[in-house]
Design a protein around this ligand. Structure first.
Ligand code: KIV
Length: 265
């Protein structure tokens, strides 16, 4: 398998090949997903909820993102590594945005960074791309805007659909190499996808995006939250598998079956 680069991702859109993306936060999972052939690994700031148990993504720090990105970088061989810029790392000033993007590349091993927001983030996106750091945009249901949105709600219904089209165009004009469309009606995602020359990556945005992204713990059935979003498809039930293994181990130790001769020196 060949190392995937940003130009490869752009080419996939031109050739009409779909772009599968999964999140990863650690070394072992990155190794497994890379071996499966995933072209893009996203170190999402969803790490804060999935790995650290925060209520939302807002508390995630740059140091935490660098740690997760570095762990994933060591585990992957071929996948393009995109790291989220956490809340507060690109909104305060352009110089902070540039400094933090550089940290994710230099210390985290990221090959691209992801920034939430369209028109409002376009200046930061332009400035980061001017340093030759590729940027993935992210519009629609942007989790870092939870307080403004009043919860995780589908965006772009009715009148606000025009604003989302403007957001997508602003990101492309600012140099973004791709745009995540999260939690928007499928028909609107189709329209945006058709109007951009860079790929769109959907999550809860229907089947017509150029690629799709899922949070890996959701698709593997590791997320124990009963309120999983409608867009999640469970490809495995690892929670049940892991719990059963742990129960068997507990019993084995309690009843003296582990360690046996094979596991002893
Ligand atoms: O943080 C994240 O994992 C994300 C994706 C779900 C798009 O932003």
């Amino acid at each position: 398998m060949k190392k995937i680069t940003v130009p490869d991702i752009l080419k996939m859109k031109v050739e009409g090949r779909k772009i599968p993306v999964l999140t990863a936060y650690g070394f072992q999972m990155a190794r497994v997903l890379d071996a499966a052939g995933i072209p893009v690994l996203l170190v999402g700031d969803s790490a804060g909820m999935v790995e650290a148990g925060y209520e939302n993504t807002l508390p995630v720090t740059m140091d935490e993102m660098v740690y997760h990105a570095r762990s994933v970088a060591r585990g992957r061989s071929n996948a393009l590594l995109v790291s989220d810029m956490p809340f507060g790392s690109y909104q305060v000033s352009i110089s902070e945005a540039r400094k933090n993007a550089v940290r994710l590349v230099k210390e985290g091993g990221a090959e691209a960074v992801k920034v939430e927001g369209g028109v409002r983030s376009a200046e930061a996106v332009r400035s980061i791309t001017e340093m030759d750091i590729p940027v993935m945009g992210h519009i629609g249901l942007t989790p870092q805007s939870i307080h403004k949105m009043g919860g995780y709600r589908v965006q772009g219904k009715g009148k606000s659909s025009g604003a989302l089209i403007d957001d997508a165009r602003a990101l492309e004009d600012a140099g973004a190499f791709s745009v995540v469309l999260e939690g928007i009606p499928a028909a609107l995602a189709k329209e945006i996808t058709g109007s951009l020359s860079v790929p769109t990556i959907g999550i809860g945005a229907g089947p017509w995006c150029d690629g799709q992204v899922l949070v890996v713990d959701d698709m593997l059935g590791l997320n124990t939250d009963p309120r999983l979003p409608k867009y999640v498809k469970k490809y495995a039930d690892l929670k049940t598998v892991i719990q059963a293994a742990a129960e068997e181990y507990i019993k084995d130790v309690a009843e003296g079956r582990f360690p046996a001769k094979e596991q002893s020196y």
